[in-house]
Design a protein around this ligand. Structure first.
Ligand code: ADP
Ligand code: MG
Length: 271
């Protein structure tokens, strides 16, 4: 069964209200997107800044309502669900953001940050919550000693680990990562990718991974969707994207990928 599906999903932002509205053009952030994701599938979503990736992510999360079209989670349409009904899906679909420091409450300890989804989700036993928090923290490579720290006391890489812990603490089926590692250096980025890969294997997670970095897509994703001006213009396997990109925009993206392994260079020489 499909995990997630988008049918003709569109989002138009009207930037002005009132008498100005007619004069200011609206923005079509997402345009007629169709997408299907299998359980455990890793989909890369690539495209230039402003092409609608984050908006699409928010629509798929149910954080925003589409102007038209539908989102289905395991064949259940939730586009027009009420807040309370959405709660059931919130536990199953989680998000990791680019800037964890901005996403966290600066006054919360790391324990409170990871505990928050559990509390929101109705876990009332504080003992059970605590052990789940510790277990999850250790799972992402941070020890108990971080429980009482505040976000500003952690490095960028450690904060992203907390972001991952918070996203997986409810054991979701899908994690949407919106350019999560773009502020990290190459070594940390590689560590995070390895961690996400391990979590995928252990928990059977599906990812939608939004990135500029096609080498990440190559390492982590089974398939790639290329977005351009609100539309998905190409969807293919990661390998095929590098080998035989069809759309001119995709070719430009592919041409800018650094090939790290010199033995692989010939393979991609034609691009
Ligand atoms: N809340 C909003 N109100 C008005 N316009 C928005 C809003 N969010 C995004 N947009 C516009 O929609 C387009 C897509 O933005 P976004 O989804 O953030 O792209 P990306 O994540 O690919 O950089 C951009 O033109 C952006 O300015
Ligand atoms: Mg974005």
């Amino acid at each position: 069964m499909e995990l997630l599906r988008a049918n003709n999903l569109s989002k138009v932002y009207r930037t002005e209200r009132g008498w100005l509205a007619a004069k200011v053009p609206s923005v079509q952030a997402v345009s007629q997107v169709n997408l299907s994701l299998a359980p455990g599938e890793n989909l890369g979503l690539v495209g230039e800044s402003g092409c609608g990736k984050s908006t699409l992510a928010r629509l798929l999360m149910g954080l925003e309502k589409p102007s038209s079209g539908q989102v289905l989670y395991r064949n259940m349409e939730f586009t027009h669900w009420k807040q309370r009904q959405m709660q059931a899906i919130r536990g199953k679909v989680q998000m990791i953001f680019q800037n964890s420091l901005a996403a966290f409450n600066p006054l919360f300890t790391i324990e409170q940050i990871i505990d928050e989804p559990l509390r929101n989700y109705g876990w009332s036993n504080s003992q059970t919550r605590k052990s789940r928090v510790v277990e999850t923290l250790e799972r992402v490579g941070l020890g108990r000693e971080y429980l009482s720290r505040l976000p500003h006391e952690l490095s960028g890489g450690q904060l992203q680990r907390v972001g991952i812990a918070r996203a997986i603490v409810l054991q979701p089926e899908l994690v949407i990562c919106d350019e999560p590692f773009s502020s990290l250096d190459m070594t940390l980025r590689k560590q995070m990718i390895d961690l996400l890969k391990e979590l995928k294997q252990e928990l059977g997670l599906a990812y939608i991974f939004i990135t500029h970095d096609l080498s990440i897509v190559h390492r982590l994703c089974d398939s790639v969707a290329v977005m351009y001006q609100g539309e998905i213009i190409e969807k293919t396997s990661g390998e095929d994207l590098l080998m035989q990109a069809k759309h001119p925009y995709t070719r430009t993206l592919v041409a800018s990928v650094p090939i790290q392994d010199p033995r692989q260079r010939d393979k991609y020489n034609h691009i």
